[in-house]
Design a protein around this ligand. Structure first.
Ligand SMILES: [Zn+2]
Length: 471
């Protein structure tokens, strides 16, 4: 139990403290639920989460990936089919007492035995996803939405294909989907790496992982795409019979992320005043606040403006509460509403509205007639672009290229991330880990090449990695 609600945000440099206070103050999550690694989604937080879910629902469906619902209960006998999977999860699975059942840590053992029936019934390819809670009895320190024991609103895409090529294509499709979410919805430049073989599921083909760099310089994994090859197909006996009558194992892809997308949004766009929401995720895109004077409250004007904005598809809210304008400014700043429109005496007399951009913390005067056009263009263009650029700048400040391991180590210790050439070999991976607690090379960057030498062994390579402290 953490006690009462904090009164103000601590400095953002103390990231975890700032983040926890933000979740509470912005009414995203109530962290006082008395079971470790769980929390309560509050109405405002849940609305943001639902926006994101609506978006991924639409994108997945557009890509032919359909939603299903599998039970949270997984029979222990299914869980034991792939002994390597079970080895990874048996210690931190939740066992349902008195029954041979665990609560799902991931979807594979629940889904794949049922896929076997579907494949036999001629349903290839299978392309499905599920948004659901997953459960891990974490021994490590938990952090809300970063590492929970009940991982809420976690989506997993599972696809099954006849050929290796088709699975590879699907994997690339998932990468494009995630990149679209990062750029267009969350307004964050994606960082995607290819994991080395020894870091992926035994027998799997390849894996991509997305990362963000938190304000404190820590790398946080944020979504993964796994080309499972035939690793599971062979364990679960998932096969089809080809034209020649031969048994052919299927090829599988599994992709997942969830509320961690929001951690990226809160952490990277937020500031000393609170949240800053990307317009596409904001449950309220424009809030109208009136500044009453001498008996006039300007609520009629506010409601009329709300109607005008809603007519062009902008989600608008008039704050009619009893609080003072200053208190209202503060609340909506904390909640990260992208645009605030102020209506008071000077606006009415001057025939304009004062429009405040949360991302820049700046006010502009907008002619009454042009308000729809201006607000729409801010939400669709100027604000997303500025948010994206700000994160890009943050990354540029945090990431520096090094070819000397001692200097690299110092840069990491100062709360930053190192970019360097890396051969990708296991020995060098282990050597990098020895630089310090939680320090890791996160994989090979997929979009970037540079000629150089591996920072550990000196072998020539054009592949690059990021090294930093991870959560
Ligand atoms: Zn090396």
């Amino acid at each position: 139990m953490e006690g009462i609600k904090p009164e103000r945000l601590p400095p953002r440099e103390n990231f975890i403290e700032w983040y926890n206070s933000l979740l509470q103050l912005a009414e995203i999550a109530d962290r006082r639920y008395p079971i470790k690694g769980t929390f309560v989604w509050m109405p405002y937080g849940l609305k943001i989460m639902r926006k994101l879910i609506e978006i991924w629902d639409r994108i997945f469906e557009e890509n032919g990936i359909e939603e299903v619902y599998f039970p949270l209960f997984v029979p222990l006998e299914f869980a034991k089919i792939n002994e390597e999977w079970f080895e990874g999860f048996k210690a931190d699975a939740f066992y349902v007492e008195g029954e041979n059942v665990i609560l799902r840590p991931t979807g594979e053992p629940a889904m794949y035995p049922i896929f076997k029936y579907w494949i036999m019934e001629g349903r290839l390819p299978i392309k499905i996803y599920q948004t659901v809670s997953s459960f891990r009895n974490e021994g490590k320190t938990t952090h809300t939405m970063i590492r929970d024991r009940e991982i809420t609103f976690w989506h997993e895409i599972h696809t099954v294909h006849k050929t290796k090529e088709e699975a590879k294509e699907e994997m690339e499709r998932h990468r494009k989907i995630y990149e679209y979410i990062w750029k267009e919805i969350l307004n964050i430049p994606p960082i995607c790496v290819e994991k080395p073989k020894y870091e992926i599921f035994p027998g799997a083909d390849s894996a991509y992982e997305f990362y963000i760099i938190l304000p404190n310089g820590r790398l946080l994994e944020n979504g993964s795409i796994n080309n499972l090859g035939q690793a599971y197909a062979r364990k679960f006996d998932l096969f089809y019979v080809d034209e020649k009558g031969n048994k052919q194992y299927v090829w599988q892809v599994c992709t997942g992320n969830g509320a961690r997308f929001l951690v990226a949004v809160f952490a990277l766009h937020g500031d000393e005043r609170g949240l800053v929401l990307p317009p596409k995720l904001a449950p309220i895109q424009a809030v109208i606040i009136t500044i009453p004077k001498e008996g006039k409250n300007y609520l009629e004007e506010a409601k009329e403006l709300k109607k005008r904005l809603e007519n062009v598809g902008i989600k608008t809210f008039v704050d009619e509460s009893e609080k003072t304008p200053g208190e209202k400014f503060n609340i909506w700043d904390i909640k990260g509403v992208p645009i605030r429109i102020e209506i008071g005496e000077k606006e009415i007399e001057g025939g304009f509205y004062s429009i405040y951009r949360r991302d820049l913390k700046e006010r502009i005067k907008v002619n009454k007639e042009e308000v729809e056009k201006v607000v729409k263009s801010l939400l669709e263009d100027a604000i997303p672009r500025n948010l994206y650029r700000k994160v890009e700048t943050h990354y540029q400040e945090k990431i520096k290229y090094f070819d000397n391991i001692e200097e690299a180590k110092r840069w990491i210790e100062e709360g930053n991330v190192v970019k360097t050439n890396w051969c990708g070999k296991r020995e060098c991976f282990e050597e990098i880990k020895r630089l310090g607690p939680s320090i890791e090379a996160v994989g090979l960057l997929i979009d970037e090449r540079k000629d150089g030498k591996c920072i550990v062994c000196g072998e020539s390579t054009n592949r690059l990695t990021l090294i930093g402290k991870t959560y």
